[in-house]
Design a protein around this ligand. Sequence first.
Ligand SMILES: Cc1cc2nc3c(=O)[nH]c(=O)nc-3n(C[C@H](O)[C@H](O)[C@H](O)COP(=O)(O)OP(=O)(O)OC[C@H]3O[C@@H](n4cnc5c(N)ncnc54)[C@H](O)[C@@H]3O)c2cc1C
Length: 324
Amino acid sequence: MSDVGIIDRAVAAALPLVPTRLVRTFAAPYIGGETLEQALCVVRRLNAAGLAASLDVLGEHVHDEAGVRTMVAAYRQALAALAAGSADSGVSVKPSALGAAIDWDLCHDAVVEVLDGAAASSAGGGRFVRLDMEESATVDGTLALYRRLREEGHERVGIVLQARLWRTSGDVKALADLRPDVRLCKGIYLEPPSVGMQDREAIRHSFSALLRQLLRGGSRVAIATHDEVLVTDALAAVDEYAVPAAGCELQMLLGVRGDLARTLRRAGHRVRIYVPFGQDVFGYSVRRLRENPAVAGHVARALAADLARGVRQGRRRPGGGGVR
Ligand SMILES: Cc1cc2nc3c(=O)[nH]c(=O)nc-3n(C[C@H](O)[C@H](O)[C@H](O)COP(=O)(O)OP(=O)(O)OC[C@H]3O[C@@H](n4cnc5c(N)ncnc54)[C@H](O)[C@@H]3O)c2cc1C
């Protein structure tokens, strides 16, 4: 982001120290609700405006099998509800929420259960399941999981590639035989310079080049960015390669640049909104707030007010505990 002050950047970096309750307040626009019912209302509202959705059950880095079972059940319930409401929505899953942090075979079996739920929830091959991409240490495992699923015959599953990673062009080549359905994004996880580009323009350049590499290879691409420079460039690439309407879509996050999403939709493009919901809002919210240092400035002021209140009331820690 461009016009970001040093103080705002510092606050953004300190976000993990902010009390959960404050993070929840500031992150509310990015979250589809705490319950499935609330998220379904958001999906219905988006669909009514001509926007598709992808539901994400919040949660990550699940370290016990019972937690994985809970996640699978939540996804299957969400898929059944999407079917009941004939919603225009797939789901996005984080491998670490489905057991990757424990064992990739366990994660594979959990994803297959979600895919079975997705297949049952829609005619015509089933609802689409996207494997989100997480920290760079999980990329090899996630790509291997994707390949295994495709080689087992699962077709309604897609992958995410992160433009900031140095390795991604090689990954596109390695995946070419699968003609993968790819969500291309900049990549949210902070990676060291040996792993990921740090410069905003370099990441843009990489995004633009990867998009063309994917289109040349015949991939269907979900162009996931709110960066207007990249959106303009992507639409030019789509024209350049005469990509049919079904061959690409634009994707954005709930609560970010809704104006741009609606403008693109009005211009006739397919646009999908990522709708996270659930109780475990902290990790996702901190990542969103970090990308919006203007909000981080508000957080700093609220935190200062909270601290002052705490001191007056004799509280020892900001937010009365709950700092993570
Ligand atoms: C649908 C979707 C799915 C994604 N899935 C993944 C994934 O699986 N793995 C992964 O690593 N990353 C994922 N991302 C995140 C992505 O990698 C970027 O971190 C994120 O999209 C911000 O980058 P940008 O391209 O929008 O550009 P930026 O330069 O960050 O943003 C462009 C403009 O958008 C606005 N903006 C962006 N973020 C915010 C915000 N939080 N609040 C307010 N305004 C904002 C600002 O106006 C900003 O100037 C996903 C993004 C989208 C849209």
